[in-house]
Design a protein around this ligand. Structure first.
Ligand code: SF4
Length: 368
């Protein structure tokens, strides 16, 4: 995050309008596919967030409630903020399979945003470059860059900045780019002219995402009960994955893309040319047993600079154990699980035992 001194200059409306146009050009030059500008009024989203929290849909994500209205009132998070510059960066690497991998139960499915290097650093750096370009033009400004790491209503701000609408899966969707993109924000004290919000919702009668969700986590249009969501269960949840969701997780070991993959607008997804987002260590096609064999050292080494690393090795093994329990029976799968029966973590051992019981059932069914 970066902060500089508040703006001291006085720009005319004409100057600010010209600056807004240039900011969008610079944003595209820096690799953002779209840039929009909005004000800080998130009143309706604040009410939505309050209802969502009151229903307990955030599960163990206490940080969602922790910051009070700082999340919904940008000027409380960064005093002096008048505008938010919202940016979109597409992340899907070229030639990466999605549904085919989901159909191979002995192969790990890692959410496609997490296959490469961690996006936080890259986007924050580009946002800082954008701020510096603005400062080169108009002198010092007050700003702070965010990427999914502070109490920021990023999708709400992006919708208001004209970058897309909220789909029934609660993702932000662009009619010509789908939803497989990252968002970032530059809070600033420059009183730039704002863009029109994206008010037309194109979901219509479609409800493919709600039908496709493996754990019925989309409990109402645009409302996700995180406690049922595979992304939450595999990434945010600290303890045991509730048994009722384990089978439905299939081979999804880090995140889940199902509600996006079935969305008709996903066919408009644009592939990313960013080298950082290219898959590392065959994470887009690797066998569950190979990942389960990684030592902690290998895990730390291979996930260095990746979003996956933050879940830690124990949760990683927990998730993989569930995936292996759901895989077709094979001697290799059973052996891989048995090798972890004495792993020094109750959490891992419990998931391994669950997976082994499923594997033994499958073996017995083969004999019958
Ligand atoms: S799958 Fe259909 S309902 Fe769901 S977000 Fe996409 S268009 Fe909207």
């Amino acid at each position: 995050m970066s902060t500089t001194a508040p703006s001291t200059h006085k720009l005319s409306d004409t100057d600010l309008a010209a600056l807004a146009t240039r900011i969008k050009t610079w944003g595209r030059e820096l690799g953002f596919q779209e840039v929009g500008i909005t004000d800080t009024d998130l009143e309706s989203h604040e009410r939505y967030l309050e209802r969502w929290l009151a229903a307990g849909h955030h599960g163990e994500m206490g940080f969602m409630a922790k910051h009070g209205t700082k999340r919904t009132r940008p000027e409380e998070l960064v005093p002096g903020t008048l505008r938010v510059i919202s940016v979109r960066m597409d992340y899907l690497p070229p030639e990466v399979e999605t549904t085919k991998v989901l159909g191979k139960p002995d192969t790990a499915y890692v959410s496609r945003y997490a296959l490469g290097r961690d996006y936080h650093k890259l986007i924050r750096k580009r946002l800082a470059h954008l701020a510096k370009r603005i400062e080169a033009e108009v002198g010092p400004i007050g700003y702070r860059a965010f990427v999914d790491s502070a109490p920021v209503m990023e999708r709400a701000l992006a919708q208001k900045a004209g970058l897309g609408w909220f789909g029934k899966n609660a993702m932000l969707i662009h009619p010509r780019a789908g939803s497989q993109f990252f968002l970032g924000e530059l809070y600033t004290d420059l009183p730039l002219p704002t863009d029109a919000p994206f008010d037309t919702e194109h979901c219509g009668k479609c409800s493919a995402c709600r039908t496709a969700c493996p754990t019925d986590a989309i409990v109402d249009d645009k409302v996700i009960d995180s406690r049922r969501c595979i992304s939450y269960l595999t990434i945010e949840l600290d303890g045991a994955i509730p048994e009722q969701y384990r089978e439905a997780m299939g081979n999804r070991v880090y995140g889940c893309d199902d509600c996006q993959l079935v969305c008709p607008f996903t066919r408009f997804t644009r592939v990313s040319q960013e080298d950082d987002f290219a898959p590392r260590h065959d994470l887009d096609r690797i066998a569950l047993t190979r990942l389960f064999a990684w030592s902690e050292e290998e895990f730390l080494d291979k996930t260095a600079g990746s979003a996956i690393r933050r879940i830690g090795y124990v949760r990683w093994l927990r998730n993989l154990a569930v995936g292996l329990g759901n895989a077709p029976w094979s001697e290799a799968v059973e052996a891989a699980l048995k090798a972890r029966l004495a792993y020094p973590s109750d959490l891992v051992r419990e998931h391994v035992r669950w997976a082994l019981a499923r594997q033994r059932d499958k073996r017995a069914q083969r004999i019958l």
